[in-house]
Design a protein. Structure first.
Length: 330
């Protein structure tokens, strides 16, 4: 018992040191960080993103997802952008990240900024700004993105497998993973609202349709009418790995509250979506959002995104400013 108590005290002390360190690093982020070194950086990025999003609006969801995956694995340090090498499998090649897209958009923004201000703007900041700008361009929420992040030099596929919330996560798993990043239960619910513009492959939830408990059954928590429609018109086979399904049917292109309305109708695609209704606290937040205004939701989302963008950032002399986002500097 004494050993366990000492171990618990040491863990709490370690956690306190980590949280304090992370808080100090986050304070180095600020609006207008590049004012004296690359004045037009943010406008250059915005103009580049607008060209891409005007041609492919669905990239907004892709960029938002990429930013989330970056922050949840190894700080918000652009590690998700790094390519694998002969002796290391990077995050982007881990199973949860194989469907990420939009890397060319990040590269284009980086090239445009490098042309004007070589070696100044980090890929981590570019990714954070791109996610915000892409969502804003499709009339989604706008949030402040204080800059000053530095790029990491490490990217491990194994970490992506363990640190990203899986689509089958329970509510207890979700709460634990978010709290481990300094995000609240409310942040968990609000940020899940990003699914209003997202899509998923059938393979991420087909077990709910065809083999929920291993005996060829269907998940009873999924609305039966919705499940039947998915089987008939979308995921016609349990082995379908290519078909994409809107997570907010009929409203995919609009950043609105309908995703939360669907959750209350038991029509969330992922088990992790459905899990949000299994906790009194999270379900209450969902109901508050549905009963409130879109303006309130967008403001809450903006607040949670800014909070997420500060997770464990590298600043000061930590990391580096990559010359190319896919490669560490030599």
């Amino acid at each position: 018992m004494a050993i366990q108590k000492v171990g618990s005290v040491l863990f709490l002390q370690f956690l306190l040191v980590v949280l304090v360190s992370d808080s100090i690093n986050a304070q180095y982020l600020r609006q207008g960080y590049y004012k004296n070194t690359c004045l037009d950086a943010e406008s250059i990025i915005w103009k580049t993103i607008r060209q891409y999003i005007s041609r492919a609006p669905t990239l907004a969801a892709a960029m938002l997802r990429m930013h989330f995956h970056d922050c949840f694995v190894r700080r918000c340090d652009g590690s998700v952008l790094l390519k694998s090498t002969s002796n290391n499998q990077a995050e982007k090649d881990a199973t949860p990240n194989l469907s990420l897209r939009g890397f060319d958009l990040i590269d284009a923004a980086k090239s445009a900024v490098e042309y004007k201000c070589p070696g100044v703007v980090s890929c981590a900041d570019i990714l954070a700004l791109v996610a915000r700008d892409a969502v804003s361009i499709i009339n989604g929420p706008f949030w402040e993105v204080p800059t000053g992040r530095r790029d990491g030099r490490v990217s491990l596929a194994s970490e992506a497998l363990t640190k990203l919330p899986p689509p089958f996560a329970s509510i207890s798993q979700l709460k634990l993973m978010f709290s481990g990043k300094g995000l609240s239960v409310k942040d968990l619910v609000v940020l899940s609202g990003a699914h209003t513009i997202g899509v998923s492959h059938c393979s991420s939830f087909s077990n709910r349709l065809y083999n929920f408990t291993g005996v060829g059954d269907q998940d009873p928590s999924l609305d039966s009418e919705y499940a039947a429609n998915l089987k008939t018109n979308k995921c016609k086979s349990p082995n379908d790995n290519t078909t994409k399904v809107e997570m907010d049917p009929g409203s995919r292109g609009t950043f609105d509250l309908s995703y939360f309305t669907l959750l209350l109708k038991r029509r969330g695609l992922f088990e992790s979506d459905a899990a949000l209704t299994t906790s009194t606290t999270t379900k209450s937040f969902i109901q508050q959002l549905v009963q409130g205004s879109l303006k309130d939701f967008l403001a809450e989302f903006a607040n949670s995104m800014e909070k997420m963008g500060r997770i464990n950032v590298k600043t000061g002399t930590q990391g580096e400013i990559r010359k190319v986002c896919a490669l560490v500097n030599t």
